[in-house]
Design a protein around this ligand. Sequence first.
Ligand code: GAR
Length: 194
Amino acid sequence: MIKRIAVLASGNGSNAEHITTYFKGIETVKVVAFLSNKKMAKVLDRAEELSIPAFYFTKKAFFGSDSVLRLLQALDLDMIVLAGFLWKIPLDMVRAFPGKIINLHPALLPKYGGKGMYGNRVHQAVKDNGEQETGITIHYVNENYDEGAIIHQVKVTIEPAFSVETIAQKVHELEYEHFPKIIEKLLNLQNGEN
Ligand code: GAR
């Protein structure tokens, strides 16, 4: 059986692209759609370049109707991947896909999570606090921001001289390397494989 995944992203979509490229080489997994809440998001251009079907939805559609939920159900997904998606997932969506929605966070949760903590804001806070390490967290999504069970974390050492951009770059490197592999592993676990 081919496993079907959709990626939700609000902005750049470099992780969405890396995930797609990774799975182009794996016959048993297919990225079937990119979805975004931003009409002008670069992730939608990337979808075009990668020939991945793309969907845009409004706040009203997402929070005030079940149209996005129905779309996701119609896509017959094995996993929903949040890669730089900045809205909280509504409870009915969490409940409709138990254990199937995962998020990537650019820090070592439970530190530096929660509403408003995304992208460079996270890296700035890490730098301001003089942290000696940061990293990535891949976790299941529940109805609260960044609070679902942690699946995997990877750390990276940071030097006091690192700029926010350097920290961001180090974190992105970890994301590109580990996120697709963890997705693959989780999909294999659904098959009962180790
Ligand atoms: C990634 O670093 C991801 O960890 C982060 O947004 C970036 C998206 O980059 N996610 C969050 O901050 C979620 N709170 P991308 O659009 O280039 O993949």
